[in-house]
Design a protein around this ligand. Structure first.
Ligand code: TXA
Ligand code: MG
Length: 345
């Protein structure tokens, strides 16, 4: 295994966030400064990082992910003060949200300064910025002494990685270093909020819930496909997908169970291998199928945390079809439903 990893030029280093090996993290920071790609953990998902001020390095991100240039990147910084260097305007409301939710799974879109290249922002005059809530991510940014541009560390449009092995599986050979710090805590990406518009607009639901943002800024709205130009390709309809075809069943209760069983049987009879994403309560309701549990239905945080990893397990089992239960459309459930709908295309 070691030799194999060496041959494909991807080094994996293990860093315990509760007992950081600063020598190792310094090496990773140095790699960022040298224009290399370093995949690192955040509290949401693993990111594929490069020096945000080095265009050559940023180009490597697009190449490694097979990401189209029209999809802009998030710039990760380690403290609020740095942000003034990169944004034209730091609205008071954004400062307030930053003080409340950073470090954390909130990304805000600002009017950008020229220092941030058009390659990072796909030619937009705005830049997305976030301060991640993860000691290793924050340490890496500090050691690199650079802002770090980082999308999720997966092949474009694939399910985001919540474990280092997911990164390895998607990007081996094209990333220089993968920092393995175990599973990510939230499991879905950050909430992307446009603070350049009135009212403020959520471009992507994520780790900070609509409800908690609304408590601070009552007028906040969720952008829909219609009310929004395609500014965030995370909003593209086919995204966050497993390899298998995903079907999201939107009925509730008994109707949901019946519909899933009916569909699953239909596909099984056609010779297809069927996987099912379910809550813990329904684990035994689908005998004869590959059922993967994400958490108790009421515990939407747990369902969010486990969703991507369980989709990947069903892919590894070579399921042709994945049928998913639906989740309550509140709190983290909104982000879960958003990702499932997009993965279903
Ligand atoms: O949790 C996360 O946000 C993770 C971790 C690594 O921080 N990152 C992540 O990045 O999910 P990515 O590239 O997979 O998704 C970034 C989203 C995309 O939907 C992109 O279109 C949007 O943010 N975005 C980036 N810059 C933007 C901008 N200037 N205006 C509007 N949307 C932007
Ligand atoms: Mg992504």
């Amino acid at each position: 295994m070691k030799e194999y990893i060496k041959n494909i030029n991807t080094k994996i280093i293990i860093i315990d966030p509760d007992d950081i090996d600063w020598k190792l993290l310094q090496q990773a920071g140095q790699a960022i400064r040298e224009g290399k790609l370093v995949a690192f953990p955040t509290e949401t998902v693993y990111g594929l990082g490069a020096d945000a001020l080095n265009v050559e390095a940023v180009l490597k991100i697009f190449k490694a992910k097979k990401r189209p240039f029209y999809d802009p990147l998030i710039v990760h910084v380690s403290n609020l003060k740095e942000i003034n260097d990169y944004v034209e305007v730091f609205p008071d409301v954004a400062r307030k949200l930053g003080e409340l939710f950073w470090p954390g799974p909130l990304t805000m879109v600002f009017k950008k300064r020229k220092l941030i290249s058009d390659i990072v922002t796909s030619g937009l005059n705005t830049v997305a910025i976030r301060i991640p809530n993860h000691e290793v991510a924050l340490g890496l940014i500090k050691e690199a002494r650079r802002p770090i541009a980082a999308p999720s560390a997966n092949i474009f449009s694939h399910t985001s990685p919540t474990k280092a092995k997911h990164v390895f599986s998607d990007l081996k050979g094209s990333v220089d270093i993968i920092i393995d710090s175990g599973d990510t805590a939230i499991g879905l990406e950050s909430t992307v909020l446009d603070v350049t518009t009135t009212p403020l607009k959520i471009l992507r639901l994520g780790g900070i819930t609509f409800e908690s943002l609304k408590r601070v800024v009552p007028g906040i709205i969720i952008a829909t496909e219609n009310t929004k130009v395609k500014r965030a390709p995370g909003m593209l309809s086919k995204h966050y997908s497993p390899v298998a075809r995903l079907i999201l069943v939107e009925e509730k209760n008994e109707e949901m169970l019946n519909r899933i069983l009916k569909l699953a049987l239909q596909y099984k009879n056609k010779g297809k291998k069927v996987g099912i994403i379910a809550c813990k309560e329904n684990f035994e309701k689908y005998p004869g199928f590959f059922v993967k549990v994400v958490g108790e239905a009421e515990d939407l945080d747990s369902c969010a945390r486990n969703l991507y990893a369980q989709l990947r397990v069903l892919d590894e089992l070579k399921c042709d079809i994945i049928i998913s239960e639906n989740f309550e459309n509140k709190g983290m459930g909104r982000a879960i439903m958003d990702r499932l709908r997009r993965a279903a295309g």
